[in-house]
Design a binder for this molecule. Sequence first.
Ligand SMILES: Nc1ncnc2c1ncn2[C@@H]1O[C@H](COP(=O)(O)OP(=O)(O)OP(=O)(O)O)[C@@H](O)[C@H]1O
Ligand SMILES: [Mg+2]
Length: 269
Amino acid sequence: MSTLEIQDLHVAVGDAEILKGVDLTLSPGEIHAMMGPNGSGKSTLSYVIAGHPHYNVTKGDVLLDGESILDMEADERARAGIFLAFQYPVSIPGVSVANFLRTAVSNVRGYTSKEAETNANGVIGSNLMPMREFRRELNTKMKEYNVDSSFARRYLNEGFSGGEKKRTEVLQMAMLEPKFAILDESDSGLDIDALQVVSDGINKLATEDRGFLLITHYQRILNFVKPDFVSIFFGGRIVKTGGPELAHMLEEKGYKWVEEEVVTRTAAA
Ligand SMILES: Nc1ncnc2c1ncn2[C@@H]1O[C@H](COP(=O)(O)OP(=O)(O)OP(=O)(O)O)[C@@H](O)[C@H]1O
Ligand SMILES: [Mg+2]
């Protein structure tokens, strides 16, 4: 069975240690929700797993199916089945959603690693997924995941509203079919109907062969997407893991009690 294991992960940016020993195992068929105060390091963790080059892993490891992925570039990790939906999706003016997705899907499905077809006049084929096949699949999935077909032609995230960006991230996930998906605040800034659309999308994609790490600030999305585990991230590490009741407790009491528990535990150690 496939697993994504984070072992005693320590990460620094410059001189500042941001992740201070994260341990977490994701398995297929599981939804693991992660909540934690602003600045505790949740997005940093997601970037490090996805392969953002800016961060320096000083200790620990990230293993996919038992093999370290730390030496792999971000695109290799995507090919290996890791997907990250960014908290703040970047816009790419000049690149349409359709072109972006065709390139990304072609990378993940191995088309780009093949040689493009050539003859005496040069390149005649392409090492991308064939256009018609891609279009057919994109149209089907845009309908299925409630993304208006006009978005295929628009530049990626350029001028998209917050909610439109989040819906497009779910569409990306549906096209890329990852083994492990990390969704960083995919519920933030969504109106009530959009939250339902995004949640439905996640539920549709939450199959037995796919694991989810769902970073969120609000219990609300967990009414629609049922987590198997809820972890509290605090001060650069996971300090508590439980079931959905933990999310309710945070909603009710905030993070003060978590801080007190951490202080008591540290004093006892
Ligand atoms: N490139 C960087 N340079 C300097 N500091 C950084 C960098 N990246 C992250 N940090 C710091 O690391 C800490 C954790 O940031 P991170 O974005 O991971 O938090 P978060 O838990 O996702 O917060 P939020 O809930 O607000 O999204 C913050 O104090 C942030 O300023
Ligand atoms: Mg964040």
